[in-house]
Design a protein around this ligand. Structure first.
Ligand code: KIV
Ligand code: ZN
Length: 535
């Protein structure tokens, strides 16, 4: 799809797995990235930016796996203008049905002088050479002049012209530091159209950060100025204050289509579920009043509003909650449901299980259904991202005992199965029952893990609601030479302490896996002269 196929169609370029994954504390493993990518395909995004392959073997592996498995969207990989970056990007996406290489270099003098420590002339040369090199591999090449909104527009135009001359098919104009304003951004793009006559032959794209809370407004201004690709992330996650939120820009175009005349191919009913999955796997909570996907986005508190909505929904609602998939709370399963019913319900959530994996999932489902009589679609969805998934090569919390009292410090003992199958035990007297469990897990596994974030939520309402916990921890980094490695994990159970313990061992497994991968990466790049900086 190019801009010329339908002049009013906006391409949705999702960067949740690349710019979004650069948010502090997010540490997705390959399996989790793949799950998100599969859901993004169901959501109907046009492009998935799957990662930045040169940065680590883990990133490379995840992009490659997504390219090989996920059908539908274009799969893009990010690369600086260096030959090694472009080669890594190509090797990671080459098996995709529709691969894209996205290469970038800064055009602002601040970046050229202080970060790149080079000259404008060199930047033009690097942009030209990078696009030419990428073009040897693939037809679909995107070029971004980083920090464009703080750069001289004439110089940015010169660099973009060079990129187009070498065959770039998309030109993306990033507001890297979230500095621009809607009227300024649209003027900037209009000026680029004047300076680059060839811009009309390629797709113009917008990429806005939210440092001043203007990412969606700026992206929208860019679309009104003629851009036909918007780069965004689910729940607006991304560097610092994040990227333009996918759900907000999509629903803006959807709700105001009659006035704006632009549309996307997004399956809007998948939005809420995609948001929940990303929140769960990244550990990034969605604020209750967040537009479109917040828990209160469609709730009416004032009596006058409730009265109006009961009489006629449109009195106080500009969108129908079902349009974004908020209603999915129907009863699906109970403790008498059989294996087949579970298998079917999971398939509806996009998880095909059979054989031993289905048996394991069924055993865990039964244990939960015994305590919680009725499981809704949302409960099942939460369980799918935790207990119903077979996690190989990981730690498992087998059992725990906690003695909690207001008169003496709580004491916990845990049994953890290690990745090699052995059961190890550990005990700790902590500040609270959760702290005692976490430190008992450290004692059992010998891990030097430190808790960074801990969150507890209820999946649905009601006294027997499932508790959902999210843990971010770090391991290592004690010595001067070693960097700490971050791991995130989630746990779901009717028992909050159990959910917390599960989340902790999963986060620990992810951090340990990452540490293994990073150790390999360090060895492989030891000879490299330049450190890799993510944009
Ligand atoms: O914000 C930015 O400039 C980026 C580029 C790599 C597109 O993320
Ligand atoms: Zn960015």
């Amino acid at each position: 799809m190019t801009s010329s196929d339908d002049a009013h169609r906006v391409l949705i370029f999702d960067t949740t797995l690349r710019d979004g994954e650069q948010s502090p504390g997010i540490a997705l493993n390959t399996q989790e990235k793949l799950e998100i990518a599969q859901q993004l395909a169901r959501l109907g995004v046009d492009v998935i930016e799957a990662g930045f392959p040169i940065t680590s073997p883990g990133d490379f592996e995840a992009v490659q796996e997504i390219a090989r498995t996920v059908e539908g969207p274009v799969i893009a990989a990010l690369a600086r203008t260096h030959v090694a970056d472009i080669d890594a990007a190509w090797n990671a996406v080459r098996d995709a049905a529709r691969p894209r290489i996205h290469t970038f270099i800064s055009t602002s003098d601040i970046h050229i002088r202080h970060q790149l420590q080079t000259t404008r002339e060199d930047v033009v040369g690097q942009a030209r050479a990078a696009v030419a090199h990428a073009k040897r591999y693939v037809e679909d090449v995107e070029f971004s002049p980083m920090d464009a909104t703080r750069a001289d527009v004439q110089f940015t135009a010169e660099v973009c012209r060079a990129a187009i001359a070498e065959g770039a098919t998309t030109i993306n104009i990033p507001d890297t530091v979230g500095y621009t304003m809607p009227h300024e951004y649209s003027s900037y793009l209009e000026r680029l159209y004047e300076l680059i006559p060839e811009l009309g032959d390629v797709v113009l794209s917008v990429h806005c950060h939210d440092d001043l809370g203007l990412a969606v407004a700026n992206s929208f201004a860019g679309l009104l100025a003629g851009a036909r690709q918007v780069e965004c992330a689910v729940n607006g996650i991304g560097e610092r204050a994040g990227n333009a939120s996918l759900e907000e820009i999509v629903m803006l175009l959807h709700t105001r289509e009659a006035d704006v005349g632009l549309h996307t191919a997004i399956v809007t009913r998948e939005i809420a579920r995609t948001s929940r999955l990303v929140s769960r796997l990244t550990g990034y909570a969605v604020q209750p009043n967040k537009a479109i996907v917040g828990r209160n986005a469609f709730a009416h508190e004032s009596g006058i509003h409730q009265d109006g909505v009961l009489k006629e929904r449109t009195t106080y609602e500009i969108m129908d909650a079902t349009t974004v998939g908020h209603e999915a709370n129907s009863i699906v399963l109970g403790k008498h449901s059989g294996r087949h019913a579970l298998q079917q319900a999971l398939a509806e959530l996009g998880l095909e299980l059979s054989g031993q994996a289905l048996n394991t999932a069924f055993k865990r489902f039964k244990a939960i259904a015994d305590k919680k009589k009725v499981l809704t679609a949302m409960d099942l969805e939460a369980l799918v991202t935790d207990e119903l998934r077979e996690d190989v090569a990981a730690y498992h919390l087998e059992w725990f005992d906690v003695e909690a009292s207001s008169r003496r410090p709580p004491h916990a003992t845990v049994g953890v199965r290690t990745p090699s199958g052995e059961e190890v035990t550990g005990s700790f007297t902590g500040d609270g029952p959760v702290d005692a469990i976490f430190r008992a897990i450290n004692a059992a596994t010998g891990a030097d893990a430190r808790l960074r974030e801990f969150r507890v939520d209820a999946v649905t309402g009601g006294q027997d609601a499932l508790g959902e916990t999210s843990v971010v921890l770090e391991v290592g980094g004690a010595g001067p030479a070693s960097e700490p490695v971050v791991g995130a994990g989630q746990g779901v159970s009717t028992d909050i302490l159990e959910a917390a313990g599960r989340a902790y061992v999963r986060a620990l497994s992810n951090a340990m896996r990452r540490r293994g991968v990073m150790a390999e990466a360090e060895a492989a790049t030891a000879a490299a002269k330049e450190p890799i900086r993510t944009p």
